[in-house]
Design a protein around this ligand. Structure first.
Ligand SMILES: [Zn+2]
Ligand SMILES: [Zn+2]
Length: 198
């Protein structure tokens, strides 16, 4: 695995700015990889890792950058819990760890880099050197990944009987004997502005 500073540079570049979230995300992902004994997540081990992130904030970009897991590869799953935590699964061994960024780390950061006056700048530098137990809570967990969420070819592809969109990966819903997409069955996140233009 590459060194922390190198990985932080890469994630900062991809994310667009250096922030505490990059430091936390890079350290979190590096820790997960070492706990799961995955050395080369973007090379030889690229099919071994599956990551579930619980928040869509800065650290998530860093996790994606270090692990190589992505939505498009179906190796990154977003579970919208608003918690700065992620679960990493070694698909070969089944071992999994959930790592949470500790809220207390903000307080602990005062012990480090006292010479930096700006709070956010101090936190950022402190998170780089703080011992791992002050920064993270680590839990061994078990994760059952449904076959329809696994990377690989789509298992099912059907057409919605209402809007005619094609639905992959078993996300279709049956309602009163009809096969529907989720938006037709459960409501959509958008509304059409101008039906005549369709
Ligand atoms: Zn950021
Ligand atoms: Zn539909």
């Amino acid at each position: 695995m590459e060194r922390f500073e190198t990985l932080l540079d890469i994630s900062t570049h991809l994310h667009g700015h250096l922030c505490a979230g990059q430091v936390i995300g890079v350290r979190m992902a590096m820790l997960a990889l070492s706990l799961l004994e995955i050395d080369d997540p973007k090379g030889d081990d690229r099919k071994k890792l599956y990551t579930i992130v619980e928040i869509d904030r800065c650290a998530t970009d860093a996790i994606q950058s270090v692990t190589g897991c992505s939505l498009g590869k179906r190796s990154l799953k977003f579970v919208d819990h608003g918690v700065m935590a992620a679960t990493f699964v070694n698909l070969d061994t089944g071992n999994a760890v959930r790592i949470t960024a500790r809220e207390e780390a903000r307080q602990y950061s005062k012990k480090y880099c006292a010479e930096i006056e700006n709070k956010y700048a101090r936190q950022l530098e402190a998170y780089k050197i703080m011992p791992q137990h002050e920064l993270f809570k680590i839990e061994k967990v078990m994760v059952t990944i449904p076959p329809m969420d696994m990377p690989g070819r789509p298992g099912r592809r059907v057409q919605c009987e209402q809007c005619e969109d094609w639905v992959q990966d078993c996300r279709d819903v049956e309602r009163d004997g009809r096969i529907l997409c989720k938006k037709c069955a459960e409501g959509s996140y958008y509304s059409l502005l101008n039906e005549e233009n369709q």
